[in-house]
Structure formats: structure tokens, C-alpha cells
Design a protein around this ligand. Structure first.
Ligand code: MGD
Ligand code: MGD
Ligand code: SF4
Ligand code: MO
Length: 883
């Protein structure tokens, strides 16, 4: 057994992981690192399932040019030659990089150095534009620097935790667990959630404010006005350490609580409850995430929050402060190396000539970008307009994750030269690459990431590089070398890049910039290998009242509430909100590799309020066609009162790889915040209609089907094959032939011992088909005129069985579990694969709390991510009993 300490590659919590690898058979298992200060041993469902995502299935393993395998030398020469040619003919602004908050700091540093210091353009932007850009600008406006002042402990030390536009329970589950544990220990810790949806996080809160989408500025202006009226300002702090308070207060006062009531749609009493709680609690921590950042007014939302903390002096002290909760594992590292088109390395400003000279002097580079580059949305528009002629995309999947996603697809289709570095062979973006470069994946590469609390942790490789995969920094450096800049990119390893990055951060710094790692600039490869997780900067910033603005004072900003860019109308009366689900990561290239994580939610869905569903004749579990002026998706209706009337929610995760029409970003207009360039991903006007299905189908298949003949399909891996949901507006000519094609039954010959069973009911439109080879299930298809009611988990498990006897084969056709095999129902606990039926049964047998359910079934006892869902089932049962 070899043990390696590393860091989870998913969310910004940055949990420490200990990986054990069996030296004899290579088997990998992992657990949370009990000593890592982010998680102290905890992991969530995604982190616990990491070992199941390591297979080389669908990995990109060698370079490809126009779909043909080529060697690394040829690939790198080609990339360098094409970029050089475009630069020579059209200038440095005609090329661009689009990179990712999932790259390691060292990868990111090299890409940014190449573009800004050598190519001499700032056309490098990152998916952090879609994620953290508004927080960056908000911080810089208020603090003069992009500084997150707090740390995770402050969540536990606070007496009031306000979560704004954050679904912490699903998106930062280990932070949520820390918060839940602190609240269990100290019930006086109050939690308020501000989110239009009643999320799992909201259900945990003491107070949920389901505000109208986009109305946060009005809500926080109301709070600021209340704080002033209530005499809660910290006069001494405001006078000594801030400026702009009067202007901010004037705007807040003028709008007042009335404006907050009308904009948020919340009752005055509810708002006053929150305001009073905030006013009288000294130790307030306000966490915010994409419900704040991903907005046309994201920066003002951030500053409206910061205003309230600055006005009350609640910053830089234990349990107090604003907390921008970062999404990606290295969102912070990307900001530290200056990966955005409007930044320079080491928290320096591209618009500051002294900073430009400093960075260029340090690099001794031939050039330095003289002005800001193109931000993500503009960048792809420039690609579409032919102004950018060569683009290199690394570690992100913009054909699915950018707003106006079909336009991004068109842009790449029209582009002269598209390079994609990825770990996955088949993605919607990789499909459009001329040159594909195989990157090393988590577990294979070395470097550092910085989490939400500014803590730098090592990712350490524990697997050999498979086939020809290479670390991202190496790929960028090799192309730089071939463009003529060998000396500046002659890195031997990640350690030498990190040392240079650390040295730059300290270069002529002397306390003038928050980010300073100069103590690590002489780090040896040995020390780098051993680097323990460490926070940069003090545990808390700004406790001394000193900020990084020219006069050292923080700024309060007048934030005027402006309603969102578009308003619902007769054609598009609904507001489309988008975001995440518990067990999937973004475009699913890694999390969908594990059947366990797919068992929680296996299909794209549209969550809508019962009133909105009823008004449109949309039945639970039927299919919805959701349209905006840009396009449509087809997804399962999830009818729930937890959705705000007039709003619908669709996850961002589904792509063309796993569903016929699940790319929700194709519906989203590229509206963006004027200051940050961050797109409004949470507010699109839309309309939902029932999808007029002539039939619905559900199938389980031993092999991934080559073609799916249905307007709606969604694929999910099962343990021993695939699950498929199907529907279409027209009936096929011949169901038997349809089933044979789906099962690829005609690929077999007479000697293969293939048996087809069929049950047809022409009158009711209910049909069942199953194919077996030598008694083992090849596939089963269930068809009905309404959503198919067969248990998915049960049917998928039949694929795991060896030969089935005749009775079992017939039972399968009947679609019913035998008495010996109770149906588990939809999976709630993905760690132990415990379904809703089992949990409800346990509750019925007297398990009255989450602990008791855990003791009976183990559900919720590993990662704990499903504990809130279990609690909801218990509460639901109680209400039923009472009623
Ligand atoms: N399971 C999982 N976890 C993840 C990720 C993942 O893909 N899957 N991705 C990671 C990344 S990169 C990120 S950025 C984070 C994102 O983490 P979060 O920001 O917590 O997650 P989201 O689901 O994008 O959106 C948060 C909430 O904002 C709400 N919201 C929408 N409009 C408004 C509004 O106008 N005002 C307010 N106050 N709220 C609003 C939504 O209803 C939603 O519940 O998650 C990280 N963690
Ligand atoms: N509608 C809507 N859209 C959104 C959002 C939303 O809330 N709503 N959220 C936005 C946000 S906050 C974010 S962060 C983005 C995320 O969106 P993306 O960044 O596009 O999503 P990922 O699926 O994380 O893409 C990462 C890609 O990198 C690959 N990869 C993994 N590891 C490596 C590696 O080590 N090297 C390289 N080169 N490649 C690797 C993966 O296979 C995958 O293709 O989505 C944004 N889009
Ligand atoms: S909370 Fe989960 S996804 Fe985030 S770092 Fe920790 S284990 Fe990974
Ligand atoms: Mo993100």
C-alpha cells in the first residue's frame, strides 16, 4: 500500500484526501484527510466517489489532428506554427486562450505568462468569468484588492450565518457539514438563506427569504437603511477606515424598506425579522455565491453586501465578514496568477503602468499586454466575427457552459484553428477541435490549488501518466518553446514554476499588495513535495482597518437597485434559473462515470411550481419543452412547491453526450454585468409547455447504444450497462424492429443463443421487450403512453445478474420485482445506495431521526450529503401522521 495526501479536484472547499494504492494490483481507495484544515477527514458524495472516476474509459490518451492520431512533436510544432502564423499575419490580438479554474496554479501561471508576457496580448480569459468575476470586481472596488477576508472557522464562530444565492448543502457540502455541526453544538447559531428556491440549504435554515430573482441589491439596501435607522453603524470604524458611507447611505435611505418590499416580493414582516436579526448580532458572516455573482448586477449585489459589513465594522474579526464562496477547486489560484483578461499576475492590475513594468521586468519578457483582453462572452463573439482566428481551450467545456451556447458552438465551427486540451475524448467542445491535446488528469499530475479560504494545498500524483497524457503546464511550455521562447519556459517541474510564481508575488511588494508568497520563492523540489496546506496572508484580513486602496480606506459604494435585463412577458412569462445538483460536477465528464453518482438524479429536469405546472397541463414526471427566444430543452418535469411560482430551475449539467436536448445554456442570453463581464446565468425569460409525447420508454442496456431513435433520450451509466429514458411525438412503425435495433440484436448470429421476449398490447400502447444472450440480459425496453412506472434501480440491477432462469426472465418482462427483492426506490444515499422506499420503511418502523435511520440502514453515515434529504423524509412522514 502506498498512501498519498492530495486534494479533491471538485469544489472550492478544497478537501484533503488520502489515497491508498495497492502496489500489487493498483487498486485505489480513498478517505478524507483527518489533518487537512478544510475538511478534518470529511468528504462529500463526489469526493468519496473519486476512486470510481479513474478509469481510462473515454480518456483522451494521445494527440489528434483532424481526428487522426499524431505524435507529440508534430502536435506541438503544429500548434506553435499556427499560432505564430496568425500572430504574424494579424497581430497578437487575433489569438486567444480560454482556460479554467480547474487548472492547477502552475498550469495557469504558464498559460498566463505565455499570453501576456510573450504573445503580448491579454486575450486569455477563463471560466472564472462565469463564476467569480463579479466578486473580484466587488472586492477590488471596496477593498482595493481581490481579498477574501475570512476563513472557514468563521462559519463556526459566527452567531448568524447569512447565505445569499448559495446552495451550500449541495455545492459546498463539507462546509455545510461544518456549519451543521456547529449549529448542532450551539443552537443559538442562526442561519438565514436568501434564495428564490427552497433548496436543501434553505430547508436547513432558521429563516428562508424566497426573494424575487435578481432583487438582492434592493434587499441589502433596505438592510443598510435599517442598520442606520437602528443606530448600528460603527462610527469610529467608518470614520477612520472607510470612505463613501454617506453616498451609500443616501441611496439606501432613499430606497428604504419600501423599495425592498416591492422589489423582493417578501413581506415587510419577513424582511424586518431578518434586518433585526442582522442588526442585533455582532458576529455575522455573509456567504455568497452564484445567486449573487451570475447577474447583470452582480458587482452591485456584492458591494451591497460588503456595504453592510463595512458600515457595521463587521470585518476582520472572528466570526465576522463577507465570504465569497468560490466554486472551482482553483478559482482562487487562477486569480492569484492573474488568469482573467483584466488582471496581471500576482494580484496586479493590467491598467496600472507600474504593475506592467514590474511584471515585465521580473519576466524579462519581450512584451507585456498593454490593455485588457477580451472577456469570455466577447472572446467567443470575436471568434465568431473572425477577429480571433486561433483559440486554445484548456480544462473547460464552453459549448455547454457559456451562455448563448449555440453561438459559441457556431463560433468554434467557423474558427480557423481550435485547440482543445482536455482529459476526456468526447465532449461537445472537443468535437469541434482541430487539434486535441491529452492532458494529465487528477491523480496523475502535481501542483497546487488555493481554496475559498486562501489555503494553498498540494495535489499530488499517485498514478503514472497513461499513454501520452501530459501535464497542462508542460503542454503550454512546449508550445512556448516552439514559438521561440525556450529559455523563459524551461521548467523542469511544477516546483520550479511555483517558486517563480512565489517570487513574482514578492517582487517589489513590501506590503503594497495582499498576495505575497515570497517566503516560498526559494522552495526546493523536496520542500514542495512536502508542502503542508497553508493559508496565504493572515488568518483574517482587515482587522487593522487597513485596506489596499490608495488612501488605505475601504469604500462603501452607492448601489442602486435596477431590475434584471429582461422582464417576463406574455410569450415568455417564466424566469429560468439554473445551477447545480448534489452529485454531478458541471458538464459531467467525470462524475457521470460513476453509476453511484448517477443514481441520485439520472436525467435533465425542469423544476416548476405546482401552480405553473397545472396552468400549463404539465403532469409530474411527464416531459417539458422549455423554450426561450434562443432555443429549447426537453427535460423531465419535477413539480414541487419548493420552486417559487413564476420561476423554473434547470441544472446546467446535461450535454449532448448524455441527453438529446439538455444543454440549458443554449437558452440563455449573453447579458452580462457591465463591470465584471459576468453573464446573467440565473435569469432568462422562458416558457414551459408539455412535450406532446406519443409514447414514453425506459430501457436498460448492457452496451451503450450507438444510435437512439427518439426525440427525447437521456442516458445514464448503470453498474453493468446503461439506463435510457426515451420519448417521441410519433410512434415507430414497428415496435419489434425498434427494440431489436435498440438492443443491437441483429449484430448477433444464430449461434449466439439470443432470445427475444415480447409482450405487446396494441390497445393500451403498453409494450415490453427483453433480449437475453445465453440467459443473460442484453436489454429490456418498457413502453407506455404515459411516463413508464417501472423501478429504474431494480431494472438496472438485472443487468448485473448472470444467467436468468425462465421465471426470472418472464418477471423482468412483467417489470415487477419478486417478493424477495423489495424495490429500493429513487436513490437518496449514493454512498450506500439506499433508496427512498427503504428509508420510508425504516421511518415507519420507528426510526425517528437521521441518526436512527443511519444506524438501521447506514444511509447518511459516510459523506453525509444526503442527511438533509433524509431529514425531509422524516419530517414528511411526521406531517402525514399528524394530518
Ligand atoms: N454538486 C456540485 N457542487 C459544485 C459544483 C457542481 O457542479 N456540482 N460546482 C462548483 C462551482 S464551479 C460553483 S461556482 C459553485 C456554485 O455554488 P452555488 O452558487 O451555491 O450553486 P448554484 O446552484 O449555481 O446557485 C446557487 C443558488 O442561487 C440561487 N439564485 C438564483 N437567482 C438568485 C437571485 O437572484 N438571488 C439569490 N440570492 N439567489 C439566487 C439559485 O436558486 C441557487 O440555489 O458550486 C461548486 N460546487
Ligand atoms: N446555465 C449555467 N451555466 C453555467 C453555470 C450556471 O450556474 N448556470 N455556472 C458557470 C460556472 S460557475 C462554471 S465554473 C462553469 C463550469 O463549466 P466548465 O468549466 O465548462 O465545466 P466542466 O465540466 O468542469 O469542464 C471542465 C473540462 O475540463 C476537463 N478536465 C478535467 N480535468 C482536466 C485537467 O486536468 N486538464 C485539462 N486540460 N482538462 C481537464 C473536463 O473533462 C471538462 O471537459 O459553468 C458555468 N456555466
Ligand atoms: S466538499 Fe466534496 S466536492 Fe468539495 S472539495 Fe470536499 S469532497 Fe470535494
Ligand atoms: Mo463556478
Amino acid at each position: 500500500m502506498t498512501e498519498t495526501r492530495t486534494t479533491c479536484p471538485y469544489c472550492g472547499v478544497g478537501c484533503g484526501v488520502i489515497v491508498s494504492r495497492d502496489d500489487t494490483n493498483g487498486a485505489v481507495s480513498l478517505r478524507g484527510d483527518p489533518e487537512h484544515p478544510a475538511n478534518y477527514g470529511r468528504l462529500c458524495s463526489k469526493g468519496s466517489a473519486l476512486a470510481e472516476t479513474l478509469s481510462l474509459d473515454d480518456r483522451l490518451l494521445y494527440p489528434e489532428l483532424h481526428g487522426e492520431r499524431i505524435g507529440w512533436d508534430a502536435a506541438l510544432d503544429h500548434a506553435a506554427a499556427r499560432f505564430t502564423q496568425v500572430i504574424n499575419e494579424h497581430g497578437p490580438e487575433a489569438v486567444a486562450f480560454y482556460v479554467s479554474g480547474q487548472l492547477l496554479t502552475e498550469d495557469y501561471y504558464v498559460a498566463n505568462k505565455l499570453m501576456k508576457g510573450y504573445i503580448g496580448s491579454a486575450n486569455i480569459d477563463t471560466n472564472s468569468r462565469l463564476c467569480m468575476a463579479s466578486a473580484v470586481v466587488g472586492h477590488k472596488r471596496a477593498f482595493g484588492s481581490d481579498t477574501v477576508p475570512v476563513n472557514y472557522e468563521d462559519l463556526e464562530l459566527a452567531d448568524l450565518v447569512v447565505l445569499v444565492g448559495s446552495n451550500l448543502a449541495w455545492c459546498h457540502p463539507v462546509l455545510f457539514q461544518r456549519l451543521a455541526a456547529a449549529k448542532a453544538e450551539r443552537p443559538q447559531l442562526r442561519v438565514v438563506v436568501i434564495d428564490p428556491r427552497r433548496t436543501m440549504t434553505a430547508q436547513f435554515a432558521d429563516l428562508h427569504l424566497p426573494l424575487a430573482p435578481g432583487s438582492d441589491v434592493a434587499l441589502f439596501n433596505g438592510l443598510l437603511a435599517y442598520l442606520e435607522a437602528d443606530g448600528r453603524g460603527d462610527g469610529a470604524f467608518v470614520a477612520a477606515h472607510t470612505s463613501g458611507a454617506e453616498a451609500a447611505l443616501q441611496v439606501a435611505r432613499a430606497a428604504g424598506i419600501d423599495a425592498a418590499v416591492s422589489a423582493t416580493g417578501l413581506s415587510r414582516a419577513t424582511l424586518l425579522d431578518f434586518y433585526a436579526l442582522f442588526a442585533r448580532t455582532e458576529k455575522v458572516l455573509t456567504g455568497f455565491s452564484q445567486g449573487v455573482n451570475q447577474s447583470c448586477h452582480g458587482v452591485d449585489k456584492v458591494n451591497a453586501i460588503l456595504n453592510c459589513h463595512l458600515y457595521t465594522g463587521r470585518i476582520g474579526k472572528p466570526g465576522q465578514g463577507p465570504f465569497s464562496i468560490t466554486g472551482q477547486p482553483n478559482a482562487m489560484g487562477g486569480r492569484e496568477v492573474g488568469g482573467l483578461a483584466n488582471q496581471l499576475a500576482a494580484h496586479m492590475d493590467i491598467d496600472n503602468p507600474a504593475h506592467r513594468a514590474l511584471v515585465q521586468g521580473f519576466w524579462q519578457s519581450p512584451a507585456i499586454a498593454a490593455k485588457q483582453g477580451l472577456k469570455a462572452v466577447d472572446l467567443f463573439q470575436a471568434v465568431r466575427d473572425g477577429k480571433v482566428r486561433a483559440v486554445w481551450i484548456a480544462g473547460t467545456n464552453p459549448v455547454d457552459s457559456m451562455p448563448d451556447a449555440d453561438a459559441v458552438r457556431d463560433a468554434l465551427q467557423a474558427c480557423d484553428f481550435v485547440v482543445v486540451s482536455d482529459v476526456t475524448r468526447h465532449t461537445d467542445t472537443a468535437a469541434l477541435a482541430h487539434l486535441l491535446l491529452p492532458a494529465a488528469a487528477w491523480g496523475e499530475k502535481d501542483g497546487t490549488v488555493t481554496n475559498s479560504e486562501r489555503r494553498i494545498s498540494r495535489q499530488r500524483g499517485f498514478l503514472p501518466l497513461p499513454d501520452e497524457a501530459k501535464p497542462d503546464w508542460w503542454i503550454f511550455a512546449e508550445v512556448a518553446r516552439r514559438m521561440g521562447w525556450g529559455e523563459a519556459f524551461a521548467y523542469e517541474n511544477a516546483a520550479s514554476i511555483f517558486a517563480e510564481h512565489a517570487a513574482l508575488s514578492g517582487h517589489n511588494n513590501a506590503g503594497s499588495r495582499d498576495f505575497d508568497l515570497s517566503h516560498l520563492s526559494a522552495i526546493t523540489p523536496q520542500d514542495y513535495d512536502a508542502l503542508a496546506p497553508q493559508q496565504w496572508g493572515p488568518a483574517r484580513f482587515f482587522g487593522d482597518g487597513r485596506f489596499y486602496t490608495a488612501d488605505g480606506r475601504a469604500r462603501l459604494l452607492p448601489t442602486v437597485y435596477v431590475s434584471p435585463a429582461s422582464q417576463p412577458d406574455d410569450r415568455y412569462p417564466l424566469i429560468l434559473n439554473t445551477g447545480r445538483v448534489r452529485d454531478q460536477w458541471h458538464t459531467m465528464t467525470r462524475t457521470a462515470k460513476t453509476a453511484r453518482l448517477m443514481s441520485h438524479i439520472a436525467e435533465p429536469f425542469v423544476e416548476l411550481h405546482p401552480d405553473d405546472a397545472a396552468a400549463r397541463g404539465i403532469l409530474p414526471a411527464s416531459l417539458v419543452r422549455l423554450e426561450s427566444e434562443r432555443g429549447h430543452v426537453i427535460a423531465r418535469a419535477l413539480v414541487t412547491p419548493e420552486q417559487r411560482p413564476g420561476s423554473v430551475f434547470v441544472p446546467l449539467h446535461w450535454t449532448d453526450q448524455l441527453a438529446s436536448r439538455g444543454r440549458v445554456d443554449a437558452l440563455i442570453a449573453p447579458h452580462r454585468d457591465a463591470l465584471s463581464g459576468q453573464p446573467e446565468l440565473k435569469y432568462t425569460i422562458a416558457e414551459a409547455k408539455p412535450y406532446q409525447a406519443a409514447w414514453y420508454g425506459f430501457a436498460v442496456l448492457a452496451e451503450r447504444p450507438a444510435v437512439l431513435e427518439a426525440e427525447y433520450w437521456a442516458l445514464a451509466p448503470a453498474k453493468a450497462g446503461w439506463r435510457v429514458e426515451l420519448a417521441d411525438a410519433a410512434l415507430p412503425d414497428d415496435w419489434d424492429a425498434y427494440a431489436r435495433r435498440l438492443f443491437a440484436a441483429d449484430d448477433f448470429t444464430a449461434g449466439d443463443d439470443v432470445e427475444m421476449l415480447a409482450y405487446r398490447d396494441g390497445a393500451s400502447g403498453r409494450h415490453r421487450f427483453a433480449a437475453f444472450q445465453a440467459g443473460k440480459l442484453l436489454g429490456a425496453l418498457f413502453v407506455a403512453p404515459e411516463p413508464v412506472a417501472v423501478s429504474r434501480a431494480w431494472a438496472a440491477e438485472r443487468l448485473e445478474e448472470e444467467a436468468q432462469d425462465a421465471a426470472a426472465r418472464l418477471r423482468l418482462l412483467a417489470g415487477r420485482a419478486g417478493a424477495d427483492r423489495p424495490e429500493r426506490g429513487a436513490i437518496v444515499c449514493s454512498c450506500f445506495e439506499i433508496g427512498v422506499n427503504q428509508i420510508v420503511a425504516a421511518i415507519g418502523q420507528g426510526c425517528g431521526d437521521v441518526e436512527a435511520v443511519g444506524a438501521a440502514l447506514k444511509a447518511g453515515t459516510n459523506c453525509g450529503s444526503c442527511r438533509s434529504e433524509i431529514r425531509r423524509l422524516i419530517d414528511g412522514t411526521r406531517i402525514q401522521k399528524a394530518g
